[in-house]
Unconditional design. Structure first.
Lengths: 276, 288, 334
């Protein structure tokens, strides 16, 4: 039952919430706006918000400087590839932990999560070396594997929490109905867990998309994703705010758009399945 | 709750994940451990055996080590403090009846989607730049002297940037938790004469305890390995060198793999201590 | 066929023995009810038979063949769960068809069987709905439908009616009994409700702390409970159990008399007491009578129209032929 609230209070709350919401969103909005300005307008003081000459020139310059589509394709391949393989490995593991819990299940889960706490720099050099020796440096395959490994604990944990919401009796019913393990997971568990799996997939695509340590240190050209695309703007170079904004917008737009269209699953996924 | 069949099936199904994670953890770790006992500087072509614990003592006794640990703790602690407190306040605000709640929620979670490199670059140049940044414009408009954020208050600036990225996450988890609070319980407390503040203190906060631990756990996991934000903004200068970054500098920038590897192992050990403490606290609270 | 034999079946979770070695024979076509208080191991026993739990020791035979190590999907049994355990993402039709699909039947055969089952269970008009759109009773029927299409050698029911409201429960009880008569297939039914046990069973197995207290037909159990536990568990309201000097008069540790075997007598009677709370059900009235020297009040059944009031003094006389006597071990004295 909704609690009775006076309109005046509602107006106050609404105003406050919108002010804070817009403040938090402002850097993104500002970046998008600036991407359509000329370099001069980008640093104008006082700043201009909408009353400037809109231009697409920056996008053209950025595209000319580095082939956006190639970086975009690499980002998509890395994010989707690592997530899909991660899910394939995680579903059986999460099934085991959720439905055949043993005394050590929780320890194993915590161990898996703790591997995520290992500082990546500690092992960067050996991994670089292995990749150089195997000729896999700057290859998508290697990065897909690495991104999968760093997100695997999170994927397993999320799926585990979602699976635990599914009553074990339903899986037992499937067993009584003559389903083997494969049928149980394929026809009963997975379809029931689709919302949870979708949330997991979305969140991990974002995490992989934004991953900026391994993708920066292990790629040069062939496998470089958008993190590398944007990193080329990291050293200041004359007037470059508008171009930087255009490149930034191009780097974050796909994820922002995806987030917009899958808000519900994403919000659920953002809680890592840990809070209902 | 299970039969022999399902238990052995469970073992088989766990195997790939456990095996991969073990390999992923052990192989590089063992190599790092090996390197850490060598005098290994590839640029100079040095690859000499048997430094023993020399690299470790050199790493730990260098003045950079202690300050990097302190910086790491300040960074993680600062971001946790801001995001948890800010998250609680913001979540409570968003839980109130407001017009356009869905849109506000999207605005608030948007920073989470932004690549760390992008957000660091945007903040560094377009907001914190002492000449052309928006903050500088703002300060000038108010008649104040603009400050060079990243050299005058570098750690604070980085904490600000990182908090901006993680506040959405904390807010969202806490909002979800608040919304799951039983409204009958709240009404009962109201009937018992509890005012809004004591309701918040005695009902909402304890209810949020579990979610706060989740926020702390997950954020710590990610914050300990913060890299891009520092790389892009200060490059580790001005007292923003975290342990992670220090190791990175030793291995990649100065190409002293032996020393850096020792640092990496120390970082792993420290991270494990943090992990252990967190798991202890959180594991109980999590009932994952 | 559905003859199930349990031979010295034992179940332990770690060090905790929940079912001490136990023997049981279930004949083909029997309706057997496992009844007992919660935590008595009845559901565990059912799950052992289903294969959802491993037996620790002993042997389970289904139609003479050893099924102890067989996986649930290979035992040829069907189960109806307390929560119904319907597949929420499948339509009713797909739910019922699932075991047939698993058995590899052709689509034509599946359709024919599903339609047949739907007709029997009055589900024809719901076949395209999802379980979430059905009432509790309808879900129950779908669960049963999913069980019967497999033509199992035995049905297992795990407290199937406990999630239904009282009125529906009576209806479903009749439907399941009706189904048993028609199919003549073995059914094993677990419940904590002795009324369900009494009304449905051919054979009741009373369990307590993992042990079988008594096996017999409902009337056997009612007439001659083997021990105090069964005496107190079977029958509604509960049998009055009296200890102390009154029992000693009958050379017993405990004597038992059912409420319906106590007569209210005018003027004088074996026992004299004060009327406490009375429960009027219309057809019957139950009085709770406090008798001097008895630890607990006696429950007495009287006709529907008897008018006695709180605090009245009444005289009670037990029917001597219906008096049960139990020794110090709680066992029945013949």
């Amino acid at each position: 039952m909704a609690r009775a609230v006076t309109t005046r209070r509602k107006i106050a709350y609404t105003a406050l919430a919108w002010i804070i919401g817009l403040t938090i969103f402002f850097p993104i909005l500002w970046t998008i706006l600036t991407s359509f300005k000329t370099e001069a307008a980008a640093i104008a003081d006082p700043p201009v918000f909408f009353n400037f000459d809109w231009t697409l020139e920056n996008y053209a310059v950025v595209q000319e400087r580095s082939d956006y589509m190639r970086y975009l394709w690499n980002s998509v391949a890395l994010a989707v590839g690592s997530t899909v393989f991660g899910i394939i490995i995680a579903v059986p593991a999460a099934w085991s932990m959720a439905f055949v819990p043993a005394k050590r299940t929780k320890d194993i889960l915590m161990w898996m999560l703790s591997t995520k706490m290992l500082p990546a720099v500690g092992v960067l050099y050996p991994i670089r070396l292995i990749l150089i020796e195997t000729g896999l440096l700057d290859s998508k395959a290697a990065l897909i594997f690495i991104l999968m490994m760093i997100n695997l604990p999170i994927i397993i944990w999320m799926l585990y929490t979602y699976f635990r919401e599914i009553p074990g009796e339903i899986l037992e019913a499937a067993r009584m109905d003559g389903a083997g393990l494969k049928a149980e997971i394929l026809y009963v568990l997975t379809p029931m867990a689709i919302p949870g799996i979708a949330s997991t997939v979305l969140l991990n695509i974002i995490l992989a998309w934004n991953e900026a340590f391994w993708t920066l240190t292990l790629t040069t050209i062939d496998a470089a994703p958008l993190t590398a695309f944007i990193a080329s703007y990291s050293s200041p170079e004359g007037l470059f705010y508008a171009k930087l904004s255009a490149a930034s917008t191009m780097a974050i737009a796909p994820i922002l758009i995806m987030g917009w269209f899958s808000q519900k699953q994403l919000v659920r996924g953002l809680t890592f399945g840990a809070v209902k | 709750m299970a039969t022999q069949h399902s238990r052995s099936a469970a073992r088989v199904m766990m195997a790939p994940a456990v095996f991969l994670l073990l390999v992923w953890m052990l192989v590089p770790l063992i190599l790092t451990l090996w390197f850490s006992t060598l005098d290994y500087r590839p640029m100079r072509g040095t690859f000499d055996c048997c430094e023993g614990l020399g690299n470790y003592t050199r790493f730990v006794t260098s003045s950079a080590f202690l300050s990097s640990v302190v910086t790491t703790l300040q960074l993680v602690g600062g971001v946790l403090l801001i995001t948890v407190i800010g998250g609680i306040l913001l979540a409570n605000l968003l839980d109130q009846p407001i017009w356009g709640q869905g849109v506000v929620r999207i605005l608030v979670i948007a920073p989470f989607f932004v690549m760390p490199t992008v957000s660091a670059l945007v903040w560094k140049n377009m907001f914190m730049n002492p000449v052309n940044g928006l903050f500088a414009h703002l300060f000038k408009a108010l008649g104040l002297q603009p400050i060079d954020w990243l050299s005058q208050a570098p750690l604070f600036s980085i904490i600000l940037i990182v908090s901006w990225q993680w506040l959405p996450f904390a807010t969202l988890i806490l909002l979800t938790a608040i919304q799951s609070l039983d409204s009958e319980q709240m009404e009962a407390a109201e009937m018992d004469g509890a005012g809004p503040i004591s309701r918040f203190y005695h009902m909402t906060l304890p209810h949020l305890a579990r979610s706060i631990t989740v926020v702390v756990l997950i954020q710590t996991i990610f914050l300990l390995s913060i890299f891009a934000e520092i790389y892009v903004t200060t490059g580790g200068a001005f007292g923003t060198r975290t342990l992670t970054y220090l190791v990175y500098q030793r291995v990649i920038e100065s190409q002293n793999v032996g020393l850096g590897s020792a640092g990496g192992i120390i970082a792993v050990i420290l991270a494990n201590i943090v992990a252990l403490v967190l798991m202890r606290v959180v594991g109980k609270n999590l009932d994952a | 066929m559905g003859r199930i034999t349990l031979d010295k079946v034992r179940k332990a979770f770690g060090d905790v023995e929940v079912i001490p070695p136990l023997d049981l024979r279930i004949e083909d076509g029997e309706f057997v009810v496992f009844v007992g208080p919660s935590g008595c191991g009845k559901s565990t026993l059912l799950r052992l038979i289903a294969g959802l739990e491993d037996v620790t020791d002993g042997e389970i035979r289904i139609d003479g063949t050893d099924a102890t190590r067989l996986s649930p999907s290979k035992r040829g049994l069907a189960m109806v769960f307390q929560s119904y355990a319907l597949y929420p993402h499948m339509s009713v039709r797909k739910n019922i068809a699932f075991p047939l699909k698993m058995a590899g039947l052709s689509q034509d055969q599946i359709d024919a069987k599903v339609d047949g089952a739907a007709k029997v269970l009055n589900l024809d008009s719901y076949l395209d709905r999802r379980p979430g759109q059905l009432s509790g009773g309808q879900r129950q029927r779908v669960a049963i439908g999913r069980a019967i299409v497999r033509e199992p050698s035995a049905f297992l029911f795990d407290e199937p009616l406990s999630n239904l409201d009282a009125a529906l429960r009576v209806g479903m009880r009749l439907e399941i009994s009706e189904l048993h008569k028609r199919l003549a297939t073995t059914m094993i039914y677990v419940t904590h409700d002795q009324v369900e046990a009494m009304t449905m069973a051919d054979k009741i197995v009373v369990l307590n702390a993992g042990r079988i207290e008594q096996v017999g037909s409902p009337l056997d159990l009612y007439r001659a409970p083997r021990n105090v536990f069964v005496a107190g568990f079977i029958g509604s309201p509960k049998m009055n159990l009296i200890t102390g000097p009154e029992a000693a008069k009958h050379n017993a540790q405990t004597i038992g008399i059912r409420p319906e075997h106590l007569a209210v007598t005018d003027g004088s009677g074996t026992w004299t007491g004060k009327v406490g709370v009375s429960e009027h059900l219309g057809s019957d009235t139950f009085f709770h009578v406090t008798v001097e020297g008895f630890e607990t009040p006696l429950t007495v059944r009287a006709g529907g129209e008897v008018s006695l009031h709180y605090g009245d003094t009444i005289h009670l006389t037990p029917d001597p032929a219906q008096l049960h006597r139990f020794d110090a071990q709680g066992l029945r004295i013949a």
